[in-house]
Design a binder for this molecule. Sequence first.
Ligand SMILES: [Cu+2]
Length: 139
Amino acid sequence: MAFAPFPVRPVTPQERTFRIEAGQFSYTPSELSVNPGDTITIELVSTDVVHGLYVDGYDISVEADPGQTATLTFLADKPGSFRFRCNVTCGAMHPFMIGKLSVGQNEWFYRSIGLSIIATIGSIGYLMFPRLLPLITAH
Ligand SMILES: [Cu+2]
């Protein structure tokens, strides 16, 4: 993980292709990280039986036959974290065949920094309050 991008640069939409191997009962890789506005192409390769890939929230899917590659292209226009999963019953552990698509991970990272700063300021205020109280009530 590289948390290097200081200062924040404007993100230019890119076309990105990911090759995902699907086999009983996992995806390789199982996590994709993209920026909002990117055009994503997923090349789904099945290494054994028929597998699918359905992206929650985007409501899109693709199916790959054994040994074949199927392609799915879409615009990552919704930021957030989405699960993708196999939508073809492929065996006993099929329900556990899941992965994660993160759209705009950096944004979430900065948002969490922001929240921790607010929390820190909040707790300083809380610590200062008993000391300020006599000053306020002295008038
Ligand atoms: Cu399956």
